[in-house]
Design a binder for this molecule. Sequence first.
Ligand code: ADP
Ligand code: MG
Length: 696
Amino acid sequence: MVNVPELFGSLVFDERTMKERLPKQTYKTLKKTIKEGKPLDINVANIVANAMKDWAVENGCTHYTHWFQPMTGVTAEKHDSFINPNDDGTVIMEFSGKELIKGEPDASSFPSGGIRATFEARGYTTWDPTSYAFIKDGSLCIPTAFCSYTGDVLDKKTPLLRSMEAISNSAVRILRLFGDKDTARVITTVGPEQEYFLIDKELFDSRKDLTYTGRTLFGARAPKGQELEDHYFGKIKDKVSAFMKELDVELWKLGIYAKTKHNEVAPAQHELAPIFTTTNLATDHNQLTMEMMKRIANRHGMECLLHEKPFAGVNGSGKHNNWSLSTSDGRNLLSPGKDPYNNKQFLLFLVAVIKAVDEYQDLLRISAASAGNDHRLGANEAPPAIVSMFIGTDLEDILEAYVEGREYDAHEEKLKTGVEVLADFKKDTTDRNRTSPFAFTGNKFEFRMLGSSDNISCPNIMLNTMVAEELTQFADELEKAENFDEALTELIKRTYREHKRIVFNGNNYAPEWVEEAERRGLMNLRTAPSAIAHYIDEKNETLFKKHRIYSTAELHARYEILLENYSKVINIEALTMMDMAKKDIIPAVSRYVKELVETASAKKALSAEITAELEVELASKLSKLQLCFSHRIDKLDSLLIKAGDISGKQELANFYADEIFPAMQEARAVADEMEMSMDAKAWPYASYGQMLYSVK
Ligand code: ADP
Ligand code: MG
């Protein structure tokens, strides 16, 4: 039996452990520095480090590592052991305050977008004491931020912390206007729902495409996909269930609130959702969750796929970023309450988000832009590449009433529309719209565009910063107002009127929406490179600089890294495709055709009565397809050579999106047709049917 409360957080140097292990005064000072965000005094750090080391060693650790999130999007770690030599040749285990606070990994191989010249290889990691140290695989992990020698930010955590600061400052100003004198901090909370696939490890290893790129570059559809919708919320298979149980336990030990697990729409697809927490913790936890999923799947003879589109023809995997604002004592600022029409504080926060999403559609789109996610957005399994938001008809009616300057009677409205009057308003607003990229779901927003492998810091940096900007504008205006109530009503009205084009409560998957969105002047950024291009637009640069999230250099670095990453991913996919084509597929087809021809001639030699028509026809069909396939692979080859001559990062990414990616699709189409016509044993790879139904 698992004792969850005892288990929970047992591998985390959390509040409970700190209280237990630190001298009272040290604990107090540490708490104070965390709260005030000041650097830690070295004497205090020494005591904390020593206590951490003792605790870690007792729990089986031999090493420590600064754990950080460079621009690769995945976490990085470099392990040092605690050992220190004595004069007599023995060793003792030591960990100093300096080692806790600061690390200097040789950082020259992390992407920096040209910020850090490679000759200046030094990068610094500094402890983020708001995220607890934890134990993973025999190492004490210290969550850290990562920057260059010159102080430029090279990671995803620092800007996230900065954006949390920005939104807190602006939201507190708003609260003051409503008479709240006490709230010192407003935090953003996040609960990310994570989708993933599980397939048999042996089958995974047998495919180069999965191994090198995380998705299948070839593969004919299985006769059964997700048509019957029998997998969604279906009974969980034993092997998967064993995996999920172990995953829960490991996550709980790490202090992660793993809560919900179920089967998803596609065969072999599943989901995990944690209980929400502060944004930076949610981000660390989501990174750890993804890592644990992969590791634990291996222990069960499976591979966990986090790619956005491992299999064509069935749904890919995304991530839903549930986001809200709350005071540090836990009051949700996006909660409409029983009477939202008269809850002007709520309405003000609501229109701030509406204005932010409208003005910074591109930033939200960019935060979900990747080569992998391009397969999903707009493919009727995920929201389109157009950003809009769902607020539900009730809130829409309320805001419309404001704009028209009329009273709103919740009771009457509902009778008029024939909807039963519900006791609780929340029930009604949570009437979900599953197709919206950004949906209000009762007391939070659910941003649904993210890809499954994304690091959630990026969307949250965007969200926090853009909403901080709107709240700052509102505070500037309202603080000056002579009559607060009038100014407030006017502001809510005006903001909604000016930005309501972003609100769309209908079906986002419908083709009519694309036209309607165009009429409304909303952006439709279909590919990752076309979206990323807007990152450095003047309005965005102004935004990030104003709130001290990114300097111009840091913003441009991020822009370049995203583009580079896109081009690299497609390049690896194209190279893998060529490798599979030339080394495996074309030879396999030749062998099979030879077999057919030999069978045909054997038949003919035996007797003129036996027909060899089938073999001849099939051999001829496959030979033609094989030739066509080979030509398409050659075309891909020559396009890749052409790409080598393009120097601009944007131009190169555009070329990969507009020329190379379609050429890959064309090559794939022929290969999939050949697979359908061949003996399964002659085809060099595991089939979709085998992979999708491999886990029993
Ligand atoms: P679904 O979207 O599948 O219906 P739920 O309503 O169960 O899911 O919630 C999804 C996620 O939203 C969970 O991770 C939950 O913790 C998170 N969530 C709930 N309230 C908040 C909040 N105030 N802030 C951030 N996330 C929240
Ligand atoms: Mg959801």
